[in-house]
Design a binder for this molecule. Structure first.
Ligand code: ADP
Ligand code: ZN
Ligand code: MG
Length: 491
């Protein structure tokens, strides 16, 4: 039976988080960096309140390039190992759609701002480079809202700066595509150039998918998938499309070059647009804008301002904090988490691994349960370090510490205070635990008999009873010692 290999290339549009739009001074709808509550973000600004003659496409209005958008584009390009084009220009991409008031989009067709880059992703336990063909600047369109028999148009998004990042067809599975997008999102957030939230449209991905028999050198006919608004949807849609194309070919058919739409409810792709309708964009140089010169000095100055990127941070964490590649990878996936971890390590004298465990274990669990991102957590790095120190000093045991963390997470406060107010100090005093152990043994003669008969594991159960009797405060190591001692003296 013939086996097939999937070939995938991704086109990603990223909204740049500049204050103003790409070619005018209007406030950019994509500018809010910190997550704002869903309702206020949408409702505070009415439709068409962030528009001017330029972004609403009035004849005669002239565009002016947003320097910050160019800077963000270059920074992203540098972080993606791209070459930066010194002298580039703007092109008009012509098409007609109600959300495009000028009848064309200003883009960069022939000379993209960035080209020939790469980004590595982990695939089958190895680092695999995915080549980036180009990354260019352009402007976003407005948004149509369809209401029954009529449509409404909102131009607030019209003219928001976009960076379109296109890969070579180097991706070989839905998982690799997922890994690429996750990594890309992390890098963009490190740079602060975009919120990169797919759910909010700040990052949009259109995968191109084809298959070919294993060993073939030619690519097969590809389809392009649209309407994907989460990383998970991208992964599911690619996997679906690979299966669909395989079935088409195996049944003797041919894959058609079409645009597919992803149907979130049916979990399936469906043809959206056929090749006959593919447009001729009649590209030509934008006459209203001069060529764009990005000097070497400016590029080097920006290179110097790049933050430590996720891969470099991960490698440093492995060496400096003696973490496994896995643990380091988990921490650097979010820069605010990585910063929190390092700040906590600074006020902690034990091993960094302990802090890493607290962060990626209990803290992540609480964040996930509550839906709070790292920067909304009210525990400070110093406070977490203090909690870990209390455990090291034997002042509280680990299970009490977990409860204390829950309290810190939901109501704030220092670990020391919470332990003091709640009387949660660990009981390590042998004398104090003797009576609790004696009582547990007296109340459970059957289990004691089993232990004496050789069932040694029952000691764990007895320990559980002692922990319960001491409201979880007993030092487990001391409890075990006292239990052994008392059981040993039973005839
Ligand atoms: P356009 O979609 O504008 O025609 P390109 O032809 O440059 O643009 O390709 C867009 C994307 O499709 C790129 O990411 C590229 O890697 C990918 N691609 C090109 N050919 C194939 C193929 N046969 N199978 C899968 N992806 C492909
Ligand atoms: Zn405007
Ligand atoms: Mg395309």
């Amino acid at each position: 039976m013939t086996r097939y290999e999937a070939i995938i290339g991704l086109e990603v549009h990223v909204q740049l988080a500049t204050n103003s739009k790409m070619f005018c001074g209007c406030k950019s709808a994509a500018s809010s960096r910190t997550p704002v509550p869903e309702s206020s973000a949408i409702q505070d600004v009415g439709p068409n309140t962030r528009t001017c003659p330029v972004c609403s496409g009035m004849p005669g209005a002239l565009p002016v390039v947003n320097r910050k958008a160019v800077e963000y584009g270059v920074m992203a390009g540098l972080a993606l190992n791209c070459q930066i084009t010194r002298l580039t220009r703007w092109d008009r991409k012509n098409y007609h759609y109600p959300d495009l008031p000028k009848g064309y989009q200003i883009s960069q067709h022939d000379l993209p701002l960035c080209h020939h880059g790469w980004l590595t992703v982990e695939a089958d336990g190895r680092q695999k480079p995915i080549r980036i063909r180009r990354a260019h600047l352009e402007e976003d369109t407005g948004k149509s809202h369809h209401r029954g028999d009529h449509s409404l148009i909102d131009l607030n998004r019209s003219g928001v700066p976009l960076l379109e990042i296109v890969t070579e067809p180097d991706i070989r599975s839905a998982e690799e595509a997922y890994a690429y997008l996750t990594k890309l999102r992390t890098i963009l957030r490190y740079l602060g150039v975009s919120t990169a939230e797919m759910e909010k449209g700040a990052m949009r991905c259109e995968p191109n998918v084809s298959i070919r028999p294993d060993g073939a050198t030619e690519f097969g006919t590809r389809t392009e998938i649209k309407n994907l608004n989460s990383l998970r949807a991208v992964r599911a849609a690619i996997a679906y499309e690979v299966k669909r194309q395989t079935a088409v070919i195996e049944s003797g058919g041919q894959v058609q070059c079409v645009t597919m739409g992803w149907d979130e409810h049916r979990n399936a792709t469906a043809v959206q647009r056929t090749k006959e309708e593919v447009q001729d964009y009649r590209y030509f140089a934008e006459p209203d804008l001069p060529p764009l010169l990005v000097s070497r000095e400016w590029v080097e100055e920006m290179r110097g301002r790049l933050p430590e990127l996720p891969d470099a941070k991960r490698d440093r964490f492995i060496i400096q904090h003696q973490l496994s590649a896995y643990d380091a990878g988990v921490l650097v996936a979010d820069m605010t988490v990585a910063d929190f971890f390092e700040a906590a390590v600074c006020s902690y004298s034990g091993e960094s691994k302990t802090i890493s465990n607290w962060v990626s274990g209990e803290l992540f669990r609480l964040m996930k349960e509550s839906g709070l991102p790292m920067d909304a957590v009210q525990i400070s790095p110093t406070e977490l370090a203090e909690l870990a120190t209390l455990v090291d000093q034997g002042k509280i045991n680990y299970s009490t510490a977990k409860d204390v963390l829950v309290e810190m997470f939901s109501h704030g406060g220092s670990a020391t205070e919470i332990v003091r107010l709640g009387g949660l100090s660990q009981i390590s005093d042998q004398g104090a635990l003797q009576s609790a152990v004696t009582q547990v043994l007296a109340e459970n003669p059957e289990q004691v008999r089993q232990y004496m008969a050789g069932k040694e594991t029952i000691i764990q159960w007895l320990m559980g009873q002692v922990m319960h009797a001491t409201r979880g405060k007993a030092n487990p190591r001391v409890v075990i010692d006292v239990l052994r001692e008392q059981l040993g003296s039973i005839e």
